[in-house]
Design a protein around this ligand. Sequence first.
Ligand SMILES: Nc1nc2c(ncn2[C@@H]2O[C@H](COP(=O)(O)OP(=O)(O)OP(=O)(O)O)[C@@H](O)[C@H]2O)c(=O)[nH]1
Ligand SMILES: [Mg+2]
Length: 198
Amino acid sequence: MHIQKAEYILSAPDLSICPAGTIPEVCFAGRSNVGKSSVINALTRRKKLAHTSNTPGKTRALNYYLIDDTWYLVDLPGYGYARISKKEQTRWGREMKRYLLERNTLELVVVIIDVRHPPSAMDQEFLFWLGENRIPFCILQNKTDKISKSKAGHQYSAMIRLIGSMNIEVPVFQVSAVRPDTLDEFQSFLLDYIAPSN
Ligand SMILES: Nc1nc2c(ncn2[C@@H]2O[C@H](COP(=O)(O)OP(=O)(O)OP(=O)(O)O)[C@@H](O)[C@H]2O)c(=O)[nH]1
Ligand SMILES: [Mg+2]
């Protein structure tokens, strides 16, 4: 099962611009620079569909992509980018929470975390908040190409322990945006989740 078609639709600077209608969507969220846009490109096998950058804070709006003419994949701006003013970060935080709570067509949040580091306080708060609000999500630990297999195993167990301590039970996948074959299991889960009849 693979994504066949991916098409850029629009970039929404705020919620009022998100597409109307009933098409289901999956959003990619997480700290700035963890590889949200890179994973989207790897999944869709399109090198430049979503803009990636070495400079954190590249994605500044909700970017909508239509996948296989049936569902939207949404690239969210990263949180925790220090060089954006506190006021702007707070505004975005509020806007993102509103999007996550009020977007009726949102089916799943994919939270991406850099596998090299323990989840930051902000990551932990975000995971807890998703759980508390019963928003369906899964976790991707990205950039596994940058660490050893044994460290990856350790980070996986640490993540399971962390969400367990929050009474959260969600799938956790380990991937690398630069090794597309690592995305197979996550991709099957995702396609099955969004379009179970396929
Ligand atoms: N080695 C390696 N580098 C990665 C991986 N994923 C992303 N990167 C690199 O990490 C940097 C940030 O990637 P982006 O995809 O732009 O990250 P983002 O989460 O979309 O960032 P914002 O839009 O700022 O929130 C880029 O230099 C990517 O090439 C990965 O799995 N492995
Ligand atoms: Mg991005």
